[in-house]
Design a protein around this ligand. Structure first.
Ligand code: SF4
Ligand code: SF4
Ligand code: SF4
Length: 306
């Protein structure tokens, strides 16, 4: 029976919940898998049962799954050991694939971030713990900046259908990947290639008729509500196809990442917006907005002081 090990680094653990969200299909998969390490499922510590070992031990397995970006020296150590100890390595979720939300921190220095988060609002001047916690790396790294994964499953969180499909493909020795198409390609909204109004302030309500099909609602961007669909890989709807946020009358934030390797979502979005008559320069903080989930790979960097 194939053994599976899951390690989580800089995460919110939504990816682990996505694994549980596989639902009924998970009941079919569980008897075919033997979990040897998974912090969300079992009490299995790296430093021995009581934390009393002096050497960090990473489990060996046929399949290793990493969720989360590489933020600490300990994460890096585990990623390197895991690559040696597992046959197939999967990066699961946007934090692992591109740094995700924690990599927004790459726009500031480690020192300034620690100062802002831990020192600003205290009444007494204290010290950061000098030891006993893993040291932070200079920035958040995607897993593939440290070790080479065999499979990457994007999304924040990833769609459970993709997790199940990828594992089933792996078990039967078949390849698995997502198409290089945009969220717009699966979006049913009405498009007339012309914006009705200029870009609105964030969190404005779209215009739609409750209960009416999505095909009757005008595209968010054409309503002046910023939607990252044109520069984002499709697939978040899983077997249902309809993009998850659009189905909930919300614009796409870009959580599936770029449509293909090497694409630049900020450049693609500026082109898409200007093609319907919108001025992307109106958007404050364009860098963070269009790279919100992909801050590793040097997409987000510390900006020089003005
Ligand atoms: S990818 Fe999203 S859901 Fe998964 S750990 Fe990161 S923030 Fe959480
Ligand atoms: S921009 Fe957004 S609302 Fe418009 S078609 Fe693309 S995904 Fe749909
Ligand atoms: S619509 Fe965009 S932000 Fe929403 S789940 Fe899909 S890819 Fe992610």
């Amino acid at each position: 029976m194939p053994t599976v090990s899951i390690e989580n680094f800089a995460v919110c653990t939504g990816c682990e919940v996505a694994v549980l969200d596989i639902g009924e299909a998970l009941l079919g998969l569980l008897p075919k898998l033997d979990f040897v390490h998974a912090q969300v499922l079992m009490d299995n510590k790296w430093w021995g049962p009581r934390g009393d070992k002096d050497k960090l031990e990473v489990a060996s397995a046929d399949v290793g799954i990493i969720t989360g970006g590489v933020r600490t020296e300990e994460d890096k150590h585990i990623a390197l050991d895991m690559r040696k100890n597992v046959k197939t390595l999967i990066s699961l979720g946007m934090c692992a694939v591109h740094g995700g939300i924690p990599a927004l921190g790459n726009m500031t220095t480690r020192e300034s971030m620690i100062g802002t988060v831990y020192s600003t609002h205290t009444t007494e001047k204290g010290q950061n713990p000098p030891s006993g916690i893993p040291a932070l790396l200079d920035r958040v790294y995607a897993v593939d900046e440290i070790v080479k994964p065999d499979l990457q499953i994007p999304g924040c969180p990833p769609n459970p259908d993709h997790i199940a499909d990828a594992v089933v493909a792996l078990l039967s020795g078949k390849p698995w990947s997502l198409p290089e198409k945009s969220v717009c390609d699966d979006c049913p909204t009405k498009r007339e290639k012309k914006a009705l109004v200029a870009i609105k302030r964030p969190l404005q309500n779209p215009d739609f008729k409750p209960g009416a099909p999505l095909a009757e609602m005008r595209c968010f961007n054409e309503q002046g509500i910023l939607c990252n669909g044109p520069a984002t890989k499709t697939g978040c709807g899983g077997h249902e196809k309809t993009p998850r946020c659009v189905a909930a009358f919300m614009p796409c934030r870009g959580c599936m990442g770029p449509i293909r390797a090497g694409a630049k979502p900020m450049v693609d979005m500026m082109g898409a917006l200007s093609s319907i008559g919108l001025d992307a320069k109106q958007i404050e903080d364009r860098m963070a907005h269009f790279n919100r989930y992909i801050g590793s790979h040097q997409n987000l960097r510390v900006l020089p002081k003005k």
